[in-house]
Design a protein around this ligand. Structure first.
Ligand code: GTR
Length: 325
């Protein structure tokens, strides 16, 4: 009797599991180094809401913010191997992996935010997006990452000469290492999460980033001198593991693409507001912002272009970007 009811129970359980599978909910994990509330985190959450709504709950997204899943370089490996489904990272750490990402990471390649938007929304952006497939990823969206500038704990930087001998943490990309060398300073690539204490303990003099990162990572607390040299405007990448993407039906893929596109508009809005908010906040807390003449910084970048824009494909991309009005 007992035996029989166990069997019946097991059958019922199996039936329930099968029914469960039919309406199963797949929760996709997404990584971000930034804290909750940061524009990229909020944009991916918004993407997740749209996806959930439009797939009637079959798919949803959990955003693991604040580097809960690891530092960017590690999470790039995780999403490439399908350990996580989604990732929002800067494009710069991809430079060594995907040659096409070199171009939008180059110093002073974009004349303005508007120019950057036009390029990334156009054919060059499509070419860069397609290149992510080479490393097992599907590029869902480019988000704004604003302009990156140098900041440090020692002194205001008003000219290239002021950079001499200073030690800056840079994002993990050779372009950034060479850019800092071309300005007469020393670069130390290191994970984002280690920067605060490296500045605090004097291992480095400073780092380089946009206002929202400088503010939310609290680097402003330990590096008061922010120099608006705006050397790069590297877009952020929101990517999906190709292995996760391939499990979607073509209809669901279309839903994901459309939701990602809509999240871009949302992110740009949030970004513009956050830049203003963060700048005001760090200024109120005592950061000293200087605005050096950018031309000498631009003029010093020749060696960086010579070294990193070698083959014809990348040269053509640089020319195509320059031609975008
Ligand atoms: C931020 C970017 C992050 C991360 C960070 C860094 O601007 O949004 O994804 O790359 O810079 O410097 O490591």
């Amino acid at each position: 009797m007992l035996h029989f009811s166990r069997l019946a129970g097991a059958t019922l359980l199996a039936a329930a599991l099968m029914a469960g599978t039919a309406s199963a909910q797949t929760v996709l994990r997404s990584s971000d180094t930034h804290p909750d509330g940061y524009p990229t985190v909020e944009a991916v959450k918004y993407f997740g809401e749209l996806v959930k709504e439009r797939t009637a709950g079959r798919y949803s997204v959990d955003v693991y913010h604040s580097a809960q899943l690891g530092e960017e370089k590690d999470t790039i490996e995780q999403v490439r191997s399908g350990v996580i489904d989604l990732n929002r990272v800067s494009m710069a750490p991809f430079n060594g992996l995907i040659p096409e990402t070199t171009v939008p990471s180059l110093p002073y390649i974009f004349r303005s935010e508007d120019h950057m938007h036009k390029v990334m929304d156009g054919p060059v952006g499509d070419q860069i997006a397609a290149a992510f497939e080479q490393v097992g990823l599907v590029l869902l969206a480019f988000y704004d990452g604003g302009a990156r500038s140098f900041y440090n704990s020692k002194k205001p930087i008003n000219s290239v000469a002021d950079m001499a001998g200073m030690k800056f943490r840079v994002i993990q990309s050779d372009i950034f290492v060479d850019m800092v060398a071309a300005l007469g300073a020393n670069a130390t690539p290191m994970p984002y999460g280690e920067v605060y204490s490296a500045i605090e303990t004097g291992v480095i003099d400073g780092a380089e980033n946009n206002f929202p990162s400088y503010d939310t990572a609290k680097h402003a607390e330990v590096a008061k001198f922010y120099s608006l040299d705006e050397h790069t405007m590297v877009p952020e990448a929101f990517v999906m593991a190709k292995s996760s993407w391939d499990k979607l039906t073509p209809e669901d893929q279309a839903i994901f693409k459309a939701a990602a596109k809509e999240s871009v508009a949302k992110q740009r809005e949030l970004w513009a507001a956050k830049v203003k908010e963060s700048r005001a906040k760090v200024e109120a807390a005592g950061s000293q912002i200087t605005t050096p003449d950018k031309q000498p910084f631009i003029d010093a970048m020749g060696p960086v272009y010579e070294k990193h824009v070698k083959d014809d494909k990348l040269k053509a991309m640089v020319e195509a970007i320059k031609a975008v009005q």
